[in-house]
Ligand binder design. Structure first.
Ligand code: ADP
Ligand code: MG
Ligand code: ZN
Length: 707
């Protein structure tokens, strides 16, 4: 095993490198400068972190955002790697402490914003140290062509000349364009750098575009069916964000919001609630996302079409950083084009720029209307080829049955034709449904032969149908006060030369159903994260939990085999998780194949364990105290007691349940148990309000057993 592989396994708990991570690391270890272009979630951080651990001396990581620094440093520390940051969020005393640790060789990676490099104090402190590597993350910030240009990035090359020995300089970005790449190399003065460009495809993301669906209904349905996972919903305007967020909250979904109209304080809290899994859904404008490294975002829904493909791809890229399957759903309605055009028209002064933005908007709209593989279209746009269909986009996997809607379409089209001057969707709908609306009658629209010929449609249903016709280019829709107009295709449909075949809207799926153990592992993770005041994903990632929930590791060796479980993580959390998994496997009679030796070891470990719990309980009387003392989850303590009783023993002393449930919760739980028994926890949980935890349920069961 190479040294890099060893570090990967021991600290990060991963068994193999991804893509070209290993080659990149080897170049850096051979003291070469590198420029790395790799998509979001590709795993850029490891490429400089592993050399930082191996190389003699420190690595300075230049990172644009304070929030990113903190997350990365927390993550490294949680893996047992010495890391710190210096930025304006620290007090002077705290900064001095970092300098002290640096001199004491306690820190391998130091994160700073580029502005810090201009501080005399900083230069003086760093000047006396050996700097092995300067790594520039989000390096596109140095380029005028990059979307978030920062002038102090230009100072980096100057700073490097002030160091004793020239360090290895490494640059990382997800921005692909040639101009940006050239700027990075030139402005950072990279020395004969090795350049690595990875493909931009994110194959774990499903790209789904829905045209002509009822957005509200779709969204509610989707979020409801996937409410245990994290997702972002992007909307075009602040007003829309507020409205969508409110709608979700009214429907009892854990949602929060983010846009530039909120106070700094509220934005900060809402973002943190999302990152810490306190809220599952973030509704936001495109102001949200920079500096969010949350790896377990399972879906990104665009409630409106974004204004260009760059923005769209960047935003959907926030899903599935952990490499797990995730969904990106764009809910398109023709009005979105108008909204975006309006934003460009009113928000852009420079005429060249305006033209450029309008042309990008057109390309985005073309993507939506395209009938070919969406992924290929997008990758082509970024100059990359995809030879085969991706089979992971809604054009490749079009499900649902085709239904002939030609006659209904002809009814709509002939109505528009007979109305002579252009009207908006609402008036056409009212006419076709035979509304008694006063204005409509005043215009004499009730005299048309098409008046009232589509009464069988609901108002929303007909609006949806017309929107779908627009989305498929069968009707034109536009102008300053948007109206419906016929085009060549409308004529072809009216003449019967073109058939209208629509897919029946398929049912919204629960895409992320998870088994009971996964839920319980997540609950344990949340409990630990809350105690340690860190985001849950820093305890273990979703992918690690998912692997645990399907492989059922019951002993240390198997647990260390789970991807994302490194030595320190095992030391800190292994016991609690193993207990929980063992308990679960036991209770659900799951057969896990093991070698004989492992089997014996497991039995011995368990035997000791539950007897020890009851002994301790006899002494302390309090469930919580025993859990703390044994460093085990509450649910494990409960299972130990259950096991003790099931072997014919009695608990002949009073036990304190420490307010794990209150009397109201207790009676509600008992009601459900009376109804459906208590063999399985998940059905019980599902019959109760969300606020009642698994711990409470198990607690009540155990209390019942004891008495
Ligand atoms: P980027 O900065 O390129 O957007 P990150 O460095 O944040 O991506 O990595 C994204 C996710 O992928 C992180 O959760 C990281 O732990 C994980 N990851 C990186 N390399 C590997 C690997 N070799 N095996 C498994 N997971 C990895
Ligand atoms: Mg990164
Ligand atoms: Zn495809």
């Amino acid at each position: 095993m190479s040294q890099a592989q060893e570090v990967l396994y021991r600290y990060f708990g991963y068994k193999t490198f991804r893509n070209n991570q290993e080659d990149i690391i080897n170049e850096i270890l051979n003291k070469k400068d590198v420029a790395i272009i790799m998509p979001t979630g590709g795993g850029k951080s490891l490429c400089y972190q592993i050399p930082a651990i191996i190389l003699e001396g420190i690595t300075i990581v230049i990172s644009p955002l304070i929030s990113l620094m903190k997350d990365q440093v927390d993550a490294l520390n949680s893996l047992g790697i010495g890391a710190a940051y210096v930025n304006s969020s620290l007090s002077n005393v705290e900064i001095q402490e970092v300098y002290y640790k640096l001199k004491n060789n306690e820190i391998k990676l130091l994160y700073v914003a580029p502005e810090r490099l201009e501080s005399q104090e900083f230069i003086a402190e760093i000047g006396s140290l050996e700097v092995a590597q300067v790594a520039i993350d989000e390096a596109h910030c140095i380029s005028q062509w990059g979307h978030d240009f920062r002038s102090s990035y230009k100072y980096i090359s100057n700073f490097i000349t002030l160091l004793n020995n020239r360090p290895i300089v490494t640059a990382f970005t997800a921005t692909a364009t040639k101009e940006v790449r050239e700027d990075i190399i030139k402005l950072l003065r990279l020395k004969d750098p090795k350049i690595f460009i990875s493909g931009f495809d994110r194959s774990n993301l499903s790209i789904i575009i829905e045209k002509g669906v009822n957005k509200k209904r779709y969204l509610l349905d989707y979020v409801n069916k996937n409410k245990d996972v994290s997702g972002i919903i992007y909307a075009a305007t602040r007003k829309e964000v507020d409205a969508v967020c409110e709608m979700l909250q009214e429907n009892h979904i854990n949602a929060t919001r983010y846009h530039a109209g909120l106070s700094d304080e509220e934005r900060k809290i809402n973002q943190e609630d999302f990152v810490y899994d306190k809220e599952n859904v973030m509704v936001a404008t495109n102001a949200f996302g920079m500096g969010i490294d949350k790896p377990n975002i399972r879906y990104v829904i665009h409630y409106n079409m974004p204004k260009n493909i760059e923005g769209y791809y960047q935003e959907i890229g926030r899903a599935g950083r952990d490499g797990e399957k995730s969904e990106c759903i764009l809910l398109f309605s023709p009005g979105d084009v108008q909204t975006q055009r309006y934003i460009v028209e009113t928000g852009t002064v420079n005429p060249d720029r305006k033209l450029n933005e309008l042309s990008k908007l057109q390309t985005m709209t073309d993507l939506v209307y395209s009938n070919d593989c969406y992924r290929r279209y997008i990758l082509n746009y970024f100059g990359e080829e995809l030879n085969e269909d991706c089979n992971n986009c809604s054009n490749c996997n079009s499900e649902g049955e085709l239904v002939d809607k030609t006659i209904d379409a002809q009814k709509v089209l002939s109505c528009i034709y007979k109305m002579q001057r252009g009207y908006g969707v609402g008036v056409v709908v009212d006419t076709l449904r035979g509304s008694q609306n006063k204005k409509l009658l005043e215009c004499g629209l009730d005299k048309l032969s098409t008046y009232g010929i589509m009464k069988e449609y609901s108002k929303d249903g007909l609006k949806e149908f017309i929107n779908t016709l627009i989305s498929h280019g069968v009707i034109d829709y536009g102008g300053e006060f948007p109206v419906l107009k016929l085009n060549n295709r409308s004529v072809a449909v009216l003449k019967g030369e073109e058939k209208i075949l629509f897919k029946e809207i398929k049912e919204v799926k629960a895409s992320f159903e998870e088994n009971g153990l996964f839920d319980m592992l997540k609950a344990l993770r949340r409990e630990i994260a809350a105690t340690e005041k860190i985001p849950p994903y820093l305890v273990f990632g979703d992918n690690s939990l998912k692997e645990m929930s399907t492989k059922y590791p019951l002993i240390k060796e198997d647990f260390l085999d789970i991807s994302g479980v490194g030595a320190l993580k095992y030391q800190k959390y292994g016991k609690q998780f193993l207990e929980l998994i063992n308990t679960y496997v036991e209770e659900n009679n799951i057969e896990v194949k093991r070698s004989f030796k492992k089997e014996v070891k497991k039995l011995q470990e368990k035997k000791k364990s539950y007897v020890e719990t009851v002994d301790m309980l006899r002494e302390l009387k309090s469930i919580k105290k025993v859990a703390q003392g044994r460093e085990l989850a509450l649910t494990t303590i409960f299972s130990h007691i259950e096991q003790y009783i099931s072997e014919g023993n009695n608990i002949d002393f009073a036990v304190d349940f420490d307010n794990i449930f209150d009397s109201e919760e207790e009676s509600r739980i008992l009601d459900v148990i009376d109804e459906i028994g208590y063999n399985k926890l998940k059905p019980i949980k599902e019959k109760l309000p969300n606020s009642i935890s698994y711990d409470a349920i198990k607690g009540v069961i155990v209390k019942k057993l004891i008495s």
